[in-house]
Design a protein around this ligand. Structure first.
Ligand code: C5P
Length: 317
């Protein structure tokens, strides 16, 4: 049983990083119906801010600066808060949570997942629960496939449905991205996977030994060399094959990014519709986006320049 420290009202602020998929390979189908994946995920410097105040009643409430958000039981913040409280075995733990949303919703950037991860980390500290990182990652896996990665973030190999994590510390912090998204479009993740299955099930691997071989191949890939302008990440996203042809906003975003000066490689993130282009540094990315503001507006796209983050959830100082 975890102990809670004495009950003076306290609050803290945590930052939740968005992620991109530098590699997303669908290997096959698991017995639980989820897809077996081999991925490289990378946190980026596009963050939500979550402020949490501890209360001594049982109420857990969420408010945010984004009126489009569900502040109720469907939100991963509320789910995460209720899950960690139930695992603590303690009842009289409450929290008032306020979310400042910067990560676009339904964008393939794990914004909701990262908010859930940050809530687990924040409440673990604020409620004095002392769960280990591994215990938090196990809870995170119950909340969603991308949530475990979002806890520590940085650059990690992610296997299974996303819950088997192997940190990579070779990410080059000087690389940066331009990220774009049509704000009027979102893509359903279940739809993207079921469409992929419809078109590719006949080529799915099914034996554990074949999954192992794919994992080994990814571990040995060029990710193990420092990433820089002469060794740009070899971006792969299997879901892009099915999402892009069915989503004009994705084709438009990819085309815009490919036209930028100095771009090293371009891909869709997760199940889309956000797409990103890799640049050798933040200055190059800023210049490329700045020079193309008019085209961005003409194409009705939103754009960001982001450094790569070495951490997922961070406490505000
Ligand atoms: O885990 P998460 O809630 O992000 O998954 C959303 C949906 O995406 C799942 O219900 C499933 O349809 C699909 N999915 C999958 N295989 C994965 C991750 C997600 O089929 N590894």
């Amino acid at each position: 049983m975890n102990k809670v420290s004495s009950s003076i009202a306290e609050s803290l602020k945590v930052y939740a990083s968005a992620k991109i998929n530098l590699h997303l390979e669908v290997l096959g189908l698991r017995k639980d119906g989820f897809h077996e994946l081999a991925m490289v995920m990378q946190s980026i410097d596009l963050v939500d801010e979550i402020e949490i105040t501890k209360t001594n009643d049982e109420l857990i409430s969420l408010n945010s600066d984004n009126p489009e958000l569900d502040n109720g039981d469907g939100n991963l913040i509320i789910k995460a808060a209720k899950l960690i409280r139930s695992r603590s075995g303690l009842r009289d733990l409450g929290a008032l949570i306020y979310l400042r949303k910067k990560i676009p919703i339904g964008a393939g950037l794990a914004g909701g997942s990262s908010d859930g991860a940050a809530t687990l980390v924040g409440l673990n500290s604020l409620w004095g629960l002392n769960f280990s990182n591994n215990q938090l990652e196990d809870m995170a896996a119950e909340l969603g496939s991308d949530v475990p990665f979002c806890i520590s973030g940085g650059a990690q190999l992610c296997f299974g449905r996303g819950e088997c994590l192997e940190p990579l510390d070779k990410s080059d912090p000087t690389l940066a991205i331009v990220l774009v998204k049509d704000p009027s479009v979102s893509v359903s993740t279940p739809w993207a996977y079921s469409r992929y299955k419809q078109l590719n099930e006949s080529t799915y691997l099914s034996k554990e030994i074949d999954f192992q071989e794919k994992r080994m191949a990814l571990r040995k890939a060029s990710w193990l060399r420092p990433l820089n302008a002469s060794n740009p990440p070899p971006l792969i996203n299997d879901l892009q094959e099915v999402v892009a042809p069915a989503t004009p906003a994705v084709e438009k975003a990819l085309q815009f990014l490919r036209s930028l000066k100095g771009v090293l490689s371009v891909a869709m993130s997760g199940s889309g519709p956000s797409c990103f282009a890799i640049f050798s540094d933040l200055d190059q990315a800023r210049i490329a986006l700045e020079e193309n503001q008019e085209e961005l507006r003409k194409q009705c796209l939103e754009g960001w320049c982001c450094a790569l983050n070495s951490k997922g959830v961070r406490f505000a100082k």
